[in-house]
Design a protein around this ligand. Structure first.
Ligand code: FE2
Length: 267
């Protein structure tokens, strides 16, 4: 009997170092874990802010099934039409409907349908619409589309909003995974009704940094309170991810969630 479907979700890919780390680590992760689906948050992939169509295509060519975004979704103007055209890249659903792109998609492998929903928190971020009120309609839409599993990427600053979203959809979706803070949290678990949850997966990018930014520049900004042009750091890359194994024979429920952290060699 085939193993229950699994989802490898990789946290925010930051800059060229994050992209190199993804490229270096993904073949080994695929070999070792044989995930049915690979989903990547790519919202910091282009120099730390946003994603370009070329970078997204590179990720898809590596075997990524879907890309989620966040507060930098629209920073690369070139990508706006790409966000409209390509189904498998999603930006937070609770941005304004008038903004480019869409908030959810369905991808299919071997007859298994995975719905991917991207949401953005309202505390300290400005998506335009409320996350909790938008989430229900989006999840209902994915249920109507016959998704065997649903993964929700909650891109948020506040741990409280992510924790609350996990409880809100426990038993409705396969996984609620948090992104944006770039620091992995130690709370991965399957909630009582069967939803895999983690407050933040962490990033795929340079650890020798302040959440991806060259640390000298981040410190200078904090010390002086003057404007500083941030640059992505390059040292000591790591890739943070979670592997969600779905529960055998049950739709939209997880059997386990396992954090993964690797330090790939990049040139
Ligand atoms: Fe972010």
């Amino acid at each position: 009997m085939a193993a229950a479907p699994s989802i490898l979700f990789i946290g925010d890919v930051v800059g060229s170092t994050g992209r190199k780390a993804l490229r270096a680590a993904l073949p080994g992760l695929r070999e070792e874990h044989q995930p049915t689906f690979i989903v990547v948050n790519g919202e910091n992939a282009a120099g730390g802010t946003g994603i370009t169509s070329r970078i997204a295509e590179e990720m898809f060519a590596l075997g990524v099934d879907a890309i989620t975004l966040g507060n930098h979704a629209f920073r690369q103007r070139e990508s706006w039409s790409y966000l409209d055209e390509v189904k498998e890249i999603v930006r937070p659903a609770n941005y304004l409907a008038s903004m480019p792109g869409h908030g959810s998609c369905v991808v299919e492998t071997g007859g298994v349908k995975l719905g991917v929903l991207n949401l953005m928190g309202n505390l300290y971020l400005d998506p335009g619409r409320h996350m909790f009120t938008l989430a229900e309609a989006e999840i209902e839409k994915l249920e109507r589309q016959g998704c065997d599993h649903i993964l929700v990427d909650v891109h948020a600053e506040a741990t409280s909003e992510k924790v609350a979203m996990g409880w809100e959809y426990d038993g409705r979706v396969t996984a609620v995974v948090g992104t944006h803070t770039h620091v992995p949290t130690a709370d991965a678990r399957v909630l009582p009704k069967g939803t895999a949850y983690i407050t933040d997966v962490g990033m795929c990018g340079p650890r020798d940094s302040v959440i991806g930014v060259r640390k000298e520049l981040a410190i200078q900004s904090m010390r002086t309170k003057l404007p500083v042009r941030f640059e992505s750091a390059t040292g000591d890359p790591w890739l943070c991810a979670v592997l969600v194994r779905t529960e055998e024979g049950r739709k939209r429920r997880a059997g386990s969630i396992t954090p993964i952290q690797v330090s790939p060699r990049v040139e």
